[in-house]
Design a protein around this ligand. Structure first.
Ligand SMILES: Cc1cc2nc3c(=O)[nH]c(=O)nc-3n(C[C@H](O)[C@H](O)[C@H](O)COP(=O)(O)OP(=O)(O)OC[C@H]3O[C@@H](n4cnc5c(N)ncnc54)[C@H](O)[C@@H]3O)c2cc1C
Length: 446
């Protein structure tokens, strides 16, 4: 981590922050994690992080999200405990839309409890028929008088679903077809008409649910952003948090890499450490490269966002895609190098192997990241072609201008020469005339 923090991506405050998170995680993350009680762990971890002040990075009081700080926290926390990373990340993702687009009153109502860790936050975008295809969202929000809305529909795969104190919910308000007709709302978890339809068990346990909204009344003051801007709000939130998923994957990969190197050094096979086998060395080298390359992509995206670049979709997608896929490869090598021990239930390699898997699906599956990157490449190629054509045109113009300039210089020079030669002729004429005059005078005198 010290090598990483020495890179020009970071400022001095990031090293202090990383040390603070590392110290907290070393003392608390494992202690507060119980993989057989995901709900209790999520609550306890969020509360402890709130008490320690760590959630100030996920829910900043001044509204300024420092993406490098978020990534450092997730990188460190995931290395210690997947649930600790989850608890931290959800407080940020579940309020990110309000931090970025909420008015003062909404921020004052929604954020302090989440920052303190006393209430949990959630982000409710996905639906049974609309996961990757956000434009297919079917949950509706219809006007209920001047000052409120009614939300009806179903959301699924909602992290912290069922235990969150509030949800940022995206619903169709119909200003335009598809993705342009959505709006975001803040909905308290105890709102009448909101219920848990199903709790969902996944490979790496964490709180997850399908939610039902039956005419849930939401005051207009709880709207986040303008009506019809929901897709923009969702994408801007993901633009911040997508690189942080890569950071969590990086933390898992670091842990798996440390375990596999340790195992290769400790395990003796065929009279020598497993490390001495060349195929083991290849696995170790490939994992080291995966970890370092993931770190560079993740922190490049975070740094870029912190520079104030409005959208970093291409870089964030590259970071998430590469880091999550790389973490899966490293976790798989870690299991493989542990042999039978690697598949023992709840062992560290087996837990990491399961924990990484969902990251390749949520906040945009790897295929979606590839589409984002490919579209950005097409855009760049067309921008480059336009820039090339512009510079070609400018250079043609410069050549034409220089040609015109040269031609006019030549014309001036020619005119000069003509004038000089005319003058010479005239001078010669005058000379000749005067010679003639002298000759004539001479003749007259003679
Ligand atoms: C553990 C977990 C936590 C989650 N937490 C949240 C949350 O807090 N809030 C929330 O709103 N959602 C959450 N999700 C939902 C998540 O974002 C969706 O699962 C994801 O967007 C994929 O949607 P889907 O499951 O409907 O799969 P589908 O959209 O049906 O896609 C299935 C698969 O098809 C492939 N695919 C998709 N599009 C393309 C394409 N264009 N070309 C080629 N292949 C493609 C991908 O491999 C994808 O995984 C969570 C999911 C999981 C698993």
């Amino acid at each position: 981590m010290q090598d990483l923090l020495a890179l020009p991506f970071f400022e001095a405050r990031h090293a202090d922050w990383a040390a603070e998170v590392e110290a907290w995680a070393t003392a608390n993350a494992d202690r507060l994690t119980d993989h057989h009680d995901a709900d209790g762990s999520a609550r306890a971890l969020a509360r402890a992080m709130g008490e320690a002040g760590l959630l100030r990075a996920a829910v900043p009081a001044d509204g300024a999200l420092d993406v490098r700080a978020l990534c450092l926290a997730r990188d460190i926390l995931a290395r210690h405990s997947g649930l600790a990373d989850f608890a931290f990340a959800m407080q940020g993702l579940g309020t990110g839309a309000i931090t970025l687009f909420g008015g003062d009153a909404l921020r004052a109502a929604a954020l302090p409890g989440v920052r303190a860790g006393t209430t949990l936050a959630a982000f409710a975008l996905s639906e049974p028929e609309a996961g990757s295809d956000v434009a297919a969202l079917a949950t509706t929000a219809t006007r209920d008088g001047e000052d409120s809305w009614r939300i009806t529909g179903e959301k699924t795969w909602i992290s912290n679903g069922g235990i969150a104190g509030s949800y940022v919910v995206f619903a169709r308000t119909g200003e335009a077809p598809g993705a342009r007709g959505l709006t975001a709302f803040w909905v308290p978890g105890d709102a009448p008409g909101l219920s848990v339809a199903e709790r969902i068990e996944v490979t790496a346990p964490h709180p997850l649910a399908r939610l039902r909204f039956e005419g849930v009344r939401v005051p207009d003051a709880h709207r986040i952003g303008a009506p019809g801007d929901g897709f923009k709000v969702a994408m801007a939130t993901l633009d911040v948090f997508r690189a942080t998923v890569g950071a969590a994957a990086l933390g898992f990969a670091r842990r798996a890499h440390g375990l596999l190197v340790g195992r290769a050094a400790a395990r003796r096979l065929f009279g020598a450490p497993l490390f001495d086998q060349q195929m083991t060395q290849a696995a170790i080298a490939d994992s080291a490269v995966d970890v370092e390359a993931a770190a560079l992509l993740v922190y490049r995206a975070a740094w870029l966002k912190d520079q104030g670049v409005a959208r970093v979709s291409r870089e964030a997608s590259m970071a998430k895609l590469f880091a999550t896929e790389a973490a899966q490869r490293v976790a798989d090598r870690c299991v493989q190098l542990h042999g039978g021990l690697g598949v023992v239930r709840d062992s560290a390699p087996e837990t990491l192997y399961r924990e990484v898997r969902a990251l390749r699906v949520y906040e945009g599956a790897s295929e979606i990241q590839r589409i984002v990157i490919a579209r950005a490449e097409r855009e760049r190629a067309s921008q480059e072609a336009i820039a090339r054509a512009e510079s070609e045109r400018a250079s043609q113009e410069a050549i034409a201008r220089a040609e015109r300039e040269r031609a006019s210089q030549e014309a001036i020079a020619r005119a000069e020469r003509d004038r000089a030669s005319q003058e010479a002729i005239a001078r010669a004429e005058r000379e000749r005339a005067s010679q003639d005059g002298i000759a004539r005078a001479e003749g007259d005198r003679a």
